[in-house]
Design a protein. Sequence first.
Lengths: 48, 452
Amino acid sequence: MKYIKTLSGKNLKDTAAKGGCGECQTSCQSACKTSCTVGNQKCENKNN
Amino acid sequence: MLKSAKIHKYFLNNKYIVLDVNSGGVHVVDKIVYDILDLYEGKSLSDIVESLNELYDKNSIVDAYNEISNLVEDGLLFSDESDIDFSYNNDNIIKAMCLHVAHDCNLKCSYCFASQGNFKGERSLMSLDIGKKSLEFLVLNSGNRRNLEVDFFGGEPLMNFELVKDLVSYGRQIEKQYNKKFRFTITTNGVLLDDDKINFINENMDNIVLSLDGRKEINDNMRQTINGNGSYDLILPKFKKMVNKRGDKDYYIRGTFTNKNIDFLNDAMDFYNHGFKKISIEPVVTSEDMEYALREEHLDKVLAEYEKFSKEYINIKRKDKDFYFFHFMIDLTQGPCIIKRAVGCGAGSEYIAVTPEGDIYPCHQFVGEKEFLLGNINEGILNTNIRNKFKNSNVYTKEECKNCWAKFYCSGGCHANAYYSHGDVSKPYRLGCEMEKKRIECSISILANLED
């Protein structure tokens, strides 16, 4: 496309089917301990 | 949902950015697209051409309009909220534990949410018996989860380091037995670090969180020894040594900012100039009545500081890809699923904190708040009402989150922040929301710039 560059074209809704496995890191444990940021966590489900 | 809440667009760091709230789509667009998006849902193409004809020629408007339409068809712009069959942790699986091995501390930091280490209780150290039972409790309540997280926390966990060593050894023993994988981490102020401890921690901990506040004068104002002296000169060399010996393994040097250092970019740069590459600097969590607290009157300056930081971050990242600020990291391609994004940290359900006495709380920030006592490691979770309250606090149930563009990035925010600001875990902490939204905007604008 000429006017739009898509950085993320993965549709979150599609991750619902195989999501929720719970293997990913607990967001608060990793660095902050006082807030919650989930968007920067990695998915650890290779099927998703 | 209001149509206007389906997308969020902003201009930052020379980029026009559009987020599609429900799909998670992220787009960097030209100004013409940015302008058409304001009109797209309410007007026809011919009306839009008419409205913008003084700014752009007709062919360009039509082309840009068609690009938008393609993304709409692909479900990546103006997408509707989906009806997710939302069930979360029905089996009450626990996979992460904050283990308070010492309710005692060798610093007396003014802003400590642990009341200088004792969490409003007696100073105490966890016994080996309680520690082992805690790990067993985690294993036995983890269902089919393989990766289990244990953070050695306090107070100051190095004050009970023999226990830390014993529990790592015990964990390695039982993980084989149960086909689990413990990821041990530790959060420390560094006062008691010596070569033996550094070596042990570097060898055995997947991640370490090192508490220091940046510039010496900032650190020493808040983080003082029991004698009232500054702790910076005592700790900095130890952290440097630890990180130097750590190689590629993860760590974060973690500071707190208060209204005394809203210019916290200077603290981040102080870390960086001392060789620390993985940085986290967090807003202080405290009552608004405290003199150093962050209040509404400070918000604009804090948000401006994040923007300033994001510009500097882009400059540094172009030269040094190994520099990381925790809240500017975002993964748009391999990020978490929508369920994780909806429920957040899992406190009180998947994640618990255990005190030296074996009491269980929803997370480390609730420890000592008796109304949040969930149970104990001998009898298990007894207060299922509290557990259900936490399980059911998510972006679909919190009123303030339903129409917020940032909900799938912040996941409803921190329960403790909510509770301590409103007395209710289901009402997000407004200042925290505004800071988080700015951090998300910065993160994506950073990514957009680094993609060039």
